[in-house]
Design a protein around this ligand. Sequence first.
Ligand code: ZN
Length: 139
Amino acid sequence: MAHRGTAGEPRGLSQAQYDSGTVTISAPFCAWCGEAIPRRSGPGRPARYCRRSHRQRAFEARREAERRGISPDEVLLSRFAWDRLRDALYRLEAAAQDVALDVGSGRPTKADYAEALGHLTGAVRELQEIAVEPTAMTD
Ligand SMILES: [Zn+2]
């Protein structure tokens, strides 16, 4: 799953605009995958997608949502994507429970903490590697 980073400093604003606190800046993250969008200099509205293919997939997902009557608060996923996501979340939850048990009782050593952290980060990594792309959704 994509993770969002920090937005960083806004560019293209005068110091006065930045200091006034009246300018609202949306985070530059892709509306499709959630990855940070590299900032562009120059005129024009900010990009909503990190690449053309993601703009196209979002367009196709919106079209499919319209075709199927999917409401804005619904998302349609394939069975495969749903199963992978659910399984990865289950393994993450189980890893968190294991870690809580391993370091929450007795007198855990540094090695116990290191092992627990490795177990947990492995489950997180597995979750991060899953690309969940909806079949149909509105923005
Ligand atoms: Zn993207």
